[in-house]
Design a protein. Structure first.
Length: 71
């Protein structure tokens, strides 16, 4: 794990604050600036997390008779 620094642009829209990461196109919202930044941190952590399948595929081997093409 490595610590990285990002920049957020924060604006208020009614009762909500909206933060957009300027380096990566990720946004979040909250009812305060601190909550908005905390939510943006969580969104960025999920963005950088390696994908994991929710269902593991079950590999199976099978045989097929392949006829050669007539020439």
């Amino acid at each position: 794990m490595k610590m990285q620094t990002f920049t957020a642009s924060i604006l208020q829209d009614g009762e909500w604050f909206v933060a957009q990461c300027l380096e990566i196109d990720i946004s979040s919202q909250g009812k305060s600036e601190d909550e908005t930044i905390d939510n943006l941190k969580e969104a960025l952590a999920l963005y950088f997390q390696s994908p994991r399948p929710t269902v593991r595929p079950k590999p199976r081997k099978f045989e097929v008779i392949v006829k050669p093409e007539n020439k």
